[in-house]
Design a protein around this ligand. Sequence first.
Ligand code: FES
Length: 357
Amino acid sequence: MSTHDNTPALVDDAQDRFANPGLPPHVPRRADVDESAANRASVQVVALFTLSALASIAFLVAYFVIDPELRGSIIGIGEVNLFHVVLGLTMGVSLLGIGLGAVHWAKTLMPDEEMVEQRHSLRSSDEDRQEVARQLSYGWRGSQLNRRTAILGSAGGALGLFALPLVVPVVAGLGPRPRDELYTTNWEPGLRLMIDPSGAPIRAADVTQGSVFHVMPEGWVGDEAFEVHGAEEAMASKSKDQVILVKLDPSIINSQKQRDWGYEGIVAYSKVCTHVGCPVALYEQQTHHLLCPCHQSTFDMTEDCKVIFGPAKRPLPQLPISVDDEGYLVAIDGFREPIGPSFFERERPGLLMEDES
Ligand code: FES
């Protein structure tokens, strides 16, 4: 006998042996039968949402009031950054208030009757759609939001305020609006080129062909920069003033401007990649190529650092240099175009662009 022939008998047999147990009898909750219990639960839900809203406000106050560097000890944990601890705790309480409020609301006040939904064709009939509308309406009334507007208001307030701790730190953390930082560096006429990080000046006569130096402007190297200018300015300088200095054979330099802005084959270029700003720090002595390690943009030092490979679109800006009375390398001027990646409004009047040089 085939398997198909056995199927109806097996199904019948299974139905005989496994009777549908049905649903357990519905047991009403206390809030279903006792109005004062329902009111108490409602107050508790409001309190939890209110707690969440207060924690969100506390988060915002802490974010702006507490010093981000403030450290202190917490029993058993040792010294920690209190700014982070307070932000974490307030955001945690805010989330917890919303979660507990929603769960308590669902468990005590929302309908908990078991519903049986029959299977139907994909396209609901008009009757079914009316039934859905009826059930939604029933659910809305069952949630008691039409009667208990305090829950609606407090839940809306808690959820609305909870968005602020997510949004405000991001917006506030964007930092100050850029001023002239995108156009200017700390390089000025007469500043010596100092080896980074030792801070030693460079005598042109000591630079041998093929040698490479990473340099910063005089007064902006190492600890001195932090002590004199403060951490923020020193860090900003480190990110935009960094220069790579190479001595080439003057006969292989193909650009007159590059020759004029260098000194006897010694040329200095911004290390800030014109793609997205990584430090271009790898010099290939045989090919005279400068490589950016981030996305492999390659700049040809014999062709005024024009891009020969990779996603960068502009050559590295050159720093015009010469020597002072003692033979040390100095900047003749600052960069004559904005360093780093392209940006809107880059071509500001008064700055010399590379195609004008
Ligand atoms: S940052 Fe240099 S290639 Fe992308």
